[in-house]
Structure formats: structure tokens, C-alpha cells
Design a protein around this ligand. Structure first.
Ligand SMILES: Cc1cc2nc3c(=O)[nH]c(=O)nc-3n(C[C@H](O)[C@H](O)[C@H](O)COP(=O)(O)OP(=O)(O)OC[C@H]3O[C@@H](n4cnc5c(N)ncnc54)[C@H](O)[C@@H]3O)c2cc1C
Ligand code: SF4
Length: 507
């Protein structure tokens, strides 16, 4: 008789709270591959392979460290494919005295644990997920004192609390935020380092075979498969970023170049979100690079803000807004998600590139997600439920706690401004400034109307006009209404007509 310690698929950290006081000789760790969970959302096939391989490697690492592990594989005959049933079976077999688990990252799984104690007749202890730098309680306290929640203020508190980039309690360099230096457009001849590549070992090769057999109808390409699947490998990927890319992370954070999906970003979100990396160690290595003068302040501060600021902030918002968050639809957007989000087949070159790279890599960087894929969904008025479903399926780093606030809050403004102060809507000019996609596009970014005008140009104004009653009082948008109101009637009519024709053609 001992403790049953449940490890979920995104809890692959040796330092996770549920393992803290393990008695190796007595306790049992349970891990389960559940096809129900892998297919309820039809995840990108590369993501499935990544998670399954990382889970199997983690189980073998636990065993190597002396843990007793019960592991249900997808194709085990005894696998019931249901988390509760797998726990029930193991509790009975092993005569467990209690269950310990770290709080699941999503609302529904946490709710489902509520009945276990009664059903199994043994205590269940749900521990805080201490891998995050701000607990749910702490975030709620911070939020409860404020009329408006803004990431920047939260981030400053976190910098102070964790003593990050501080000198005599003041921000290093004199400013909290160097974002204004981080918007350089791409220039020709940038030398972008090659991304981290890991060669699949036998465990990964078995998983690749399995997912092809079971999940070949899922979105995306499985090969080539290059993700890190162990902590040691994920640490190598992090180190490669710090050594080679961090130096330019800030300058080109918002830039997009055709056939350069990785740019100077870190590509560590998949590892952070399943627990192979911890946020604190990523922040520490970046700060150290600054102290050793290996990377400039705008890059280091920008990178740290994403992890210490945005990542923690969106998690706090998720838990504050659940369970109603998925149904929010401030603009009442109803349009169906266009088919090209699945196929990449569209004449809009920016969207074609971002969807194709997503199919290939299960990755797109932040500005591709926000200002191309998300911006289009926003200004075309696509139903938030469908947009959320797409984002949750296609990215290897997608988990509801981080995907939903980014999509419904930051991108679609579906929460009416709880997370962001204004919608991130933009016309073709922004995309042309920050990328080279327009050079090879069928549409002309400089044309505002006519059959070859860039659709982002008229859809942007049409979006504002369609939602005037919701947005005109927002002081960050009101200037744009003044510009629209000064346009000639004929121009306004052409915006409306061309938008309506274009949107009809999507259906
Ligand atoms: C529409 C949309 C959907 C998104 N969906 C997800 C998602 O499902 N999962 C996810 O992890 N991120 C999501 N993001 C945030 C961000 O785009 C990704 O974290 C980032 O692109 C991952 O790539 P990277 O590791 O190279 O990040 P970098 O640009 O190198 O940033 C470093 C790290 O900071 C963190 N980070 C940066 N921005 C954010 C953010 N807005 N929210 C939370 N963490 C952030 C990530 O952990 C990331 O690994 C989404 C953003 C948008 C606009
Ligand atoms: S012209 Fe418009 S549609 Fe084409 S790539 Fe540029 S922004 Fe995208």
C-alpha cells in the first residue's frame, strides 16, 4: 500500500509537485496514453508523436531514477482509454491508500477529478502547479484590486517579486519595456541560424509508426520529425537559442520572411508547456546572457517579458474567466472558418505561407499567429469557437489554458477587452512592412479597391464599420473612425461591396 501519483501528459517534469515526497519503494507513478484525449481535439499529427514520445521517455527516466511506474500504452489490451477508469483499475490493483496529482492545466480535467474521492473511496490530493511563477491565487489577488487588467503592470510586479533584470530595485537600463526597439522590419541578407534538430531514437521511431497507423487522418505532416523529446534534449534546444538566436530575438521579433518559419524565435513553447523545460531556467539563462554581454537588453528583456509576463498573465486570465470563456463572442462573429485554414490553398500569399508552415512544423511564430492568421479571422468575422478549435488543433504548443486567452482575448477581442485594450486589427500595410509576403502575392498591397486589391485593406475598414457600436468609444480606436468618416461616400461603398463579395466567395 502506498500513494498513487498521477502524471498527466503535460506534467513531464521531475520537479513536479505531485512527485515531491515520493517514497520510491512504496509509491507508484501512473501515466496513461488515452486515445480519447488524443482525438477529442484532432491534434496535429506531429504534436501527437511529440507528446507520446516525450511521455514514454519521461516514464523511462522516472524508472531510471528508481520510481515504480505503471504505464498504459495506447495499444495495450487492458487500456480502457478513459482516465478515470485507468485510475480506478490501478487503485484497485495496487491497493493505493491515496492519490496525489498536480492540478491539471485545464478546467474540464480539474472538474472531472472532483468525483474521484467519492468514487474510489480514498483521499485525493490536488497540489498547486509550482512550475508557474505566479499561482492562481496570487493572480486573483492582483486582479481583484484593479478596474482594468493590463499585462504590463502585472509583468512589472513579477519582475520585482522575482528580482529579474533589476538594479537597486529599478529596471536595468532605466526602462521596464524595450518593445519599441523590437519592431524592425526584415531586411535582405539576414543570416538566420538553423533550428534545433533531434534525430529520432528507437522510442520515437516506434511512436512515429504508431501515430501513422492510428492518426493518419489528422492535420499536418509527420515527417521530418525533429523535436526534442527528453529534458536533456530540450535543454540543448534552449541553449542553442541562447547562444545563436537571442542576440537578434528583439530586433526581428515581429518580422516575417517567406520560407523562414523559425526566424530568431526560441521554439521552446512545446517544451515549456509539457514540462520538459521550466520557465525560471529559461529566464535565468537569458538574464545570464545579458550579464555576460552575449545579448542586448532589448532582446533579453523582450524574451523574458514573453515568459514572465505574457505566459503567466494568460494563464491567470484563463482561470479567472473559465468556464464561460470559450463561449464569449463580443462581436457576434458567425462566419465559418474558410477551408484554406486546413489546406493552405489560397491566393493570399501571407495566409498561404503561414498555413503551409503550420502544416509542416506544427509551429508558427507569434506575429504569424496574431497578425496574419488571427487578424484575418478577426476582420473576416469568423466564429470564435471555430477559430479556437483550429488553433488548438494545429500547434504543438497548444493547450487550452494558453491557446484560449491568446485567441479569444488577444486576437479576436471576443472577451470585449478583458485581456487586450484594443483589437489587433490591421490592413495590408502592416503585413507589407513586417514581411516580404506581398512581393509574390496575386493581390496588390498598394491597391485599396478593385479585383486585385489586397483583401486585408478593405476588410479592415469593413470590420471597423460593422462593429462601430462596439468599438467607437474605445479611445485607442476612435482615431480610425475619424479617418473612415472623412472618406468619400463612393469609397465607403466600395469597401462595403468588395468586402461583401470577398466574404461571400469564402463560403
Ligand atoms: C492566436 C494565437 C494563438 C496562440 N496559441 C498559443 C498556444 O496554443 N500555446 C502557446 O504556448 N502559445 C500560444 N500563443 C503565444 C505565442 O504565439 C507562442 O507562445 C509562441 O509563438 C511560441 O513560439 P516560441 O517558443 O518560438 O516563442 P518566443 O517568441 O521565442 O517566446 C518565448 C516564449 O514566451 C512565451 N510566450 C510568448 N508569447 C506568449 C503569449 N502570448 N502567451 C503565452 N506565452 C507566450 C512562450 O512560452 C514562448 O515559448 C498564441 C498566440 C496567438 C496570437
Ligand atoms: S498583398 Fe495582402 S494578401 Fe497578399 S501577401 Fe500582402 S497582405 Fe497578404
Amino acid at each position: 500500500m502506498g500513494v498513487l501519483r498521477l502524471i498527466l501528459g503535460d506534467q513531464l517534469s521531475l520537479s513536479i509537485s505531485s512527485l515531491e515526497d515520493t517514497r520510491l519503494a512504496k509509491d507508484l507513478v501512473l501515466m496513461c496514453e488515452l486515445s480519447d484525449q488524443l482525438t477529442r481535439v484532432k491534434h496535429h499529427i506531429k504534436k501527437l508523436a511529440f507528446i507520446l514520445s516525450a511521455m514514454r521517455h519521461f516514464a523511462s527516466e522516472l524508472e531510471g531514477n528508481g520510481h515504480q511506474v505503471a504505464y498504459s500504452k495506447l495499444d495495450d489490451e487492458t487500456n480502457t482509454d478513459d482516465l478515470k477508469e485507468e485510475v480506478r483499475r490501478t487503485v484497485k490493483q495496487y491497493k493505493a491508500e491515496r492519490i496525489v496529482v498536480t492540478c491539471p492545466s485545464d478546467y474540464d480535467t480539474l472538474q472531472s477529478l472532483a468525483v474521484w474521492e467519492d468514487e474510489f473511496g480514498i483521499p485525493i490530493e490536488i497540489r498547486d502547479d509550482t512550475r508557474f511563477l505566479c499561482s492562481k491565487r496570487e493572480f486573483q489577488q492582483w486582479a481583484s484590486n484593479r478596474k482594468q487588467l493590463r499585462m504590463e503592470l502585472f509583468y512589472r510586479e513579477m519582475r520585482k517579486k522575482h528580482s529579474i533584470l533589476l538594479e537597486d530595485n529599478k529596471p536595468v537600463g532605466g526602462k521596464w519595456n524595450y518593445d519599441s526597439e523590437n519592431r524592425k522590419p526584415p531586411k535582405n541578407g539576414l543570416s538566420i541560424p538553423k533550428p534545433y534538430v533531434n534525430k529520432p531514437d528507437q522510442i520515437t521511431r516506434d511512436v512515429l509508426k504508431l501515430v501513422i497507423e492510428k492518426f493518419s487522418s489528422h492535420f499536418g505532416h509527420l515527417h521530418p520529425f525533429y523535436f526534442a523529446v527528453t529534458r536533456t534534449q530540450a535543454l540543448s534546444a534552449l541553449k542553442l537559442f541562447i547562444d545563436e538566436r537571442l542576440i537578434s530575438f528583439g530586433d526581428y521579433q515581429d518580422a516575417m520572411i517567406e520560407k523562414q518559419p523559425w526566424m530568431y524565435h526560441s521554439h521552446i513553447s512545446f517544451y515549456l508547456n509539457c514540462g520538459l523545460l521550466l520557465p525560471q531556467e529559461c529566464i535565468d539563462l537569458a538574464e545570464q546572457a545579458y550579464e555576460e554581454k552575449k545579448a542586448p537588453l532589448n532582446a533579453v528583456e523582450g524574451f523574458i517579458r514573453q515568459i514572465l509576463g505574457w505566459r503567466e498573465y494568460v494563464r491567470g486570465i484563463y482561470w479567472m474567466k473559465m468556464p464561460d470563456y470559450p463561449n464569449e463572442n463580443f462581436f457576434g462573429a458567425k462566419r465559418k472558418l474558410p477551408e484554406f485554414y486546413w489546406t493552405g490553398e489560397t491566393q493570399l500569399n501571407c495566409l498561404h505561407n503561414c498555413v503551409s508552415e503550420t502544416q509542416q512544423n506544427a509551429y508558427a511564430h507569434h506575429i504569424q499567429r496574431l497578425m496574419i492568421l488571427g487578424n484575418f479571422a478577426l476582420i473576416a468575422g469568423i466564429d470564435p469557437i471555430q477559430v479556437n478549435e483550429w488553433f488548438l488543433i494545429v500547434y504543438a504548443d497548444a493547450y487550452e489554458w494558453v491557446e484560449l486567452p491568446n485567441v479569444s482575448g488577444m486576437t479576436l477581442f471576443a472577451d470585449g477587452g478583458y485581456l487586450a485594450s484594443k483589437p489587433y486589427a490591421a490592413g495590408g500595410n502592416y503585413i507589407n512592412k513586417m514581411s516580404n509576403y506581398c512581393e509574390k502575392c496575386t493581390y496588390s498591397v498598394n491597391k485599396k479597391s478593385g479585383p486585385d486589391a489586397c483583401p486585408f485593406n478593405y476588410l479592415y475598414w469593413d470590420f471597423l464599420e460593422r462593429n462601430r457600436n462596439k468599438l467607437s468609444s474605445n479611445h485607442r480606436v476612435s482615431m480610425m473612425y475619424k479617418t473612415y468618416d472623412r472618406m468619400a461616400l463612393e469609397k465607403k461603398e466600395s469597401i462595403k461591396r468588395e468586402s461583401s463579395n470577398f466574404l461571400d466567395s469564402l463560403d
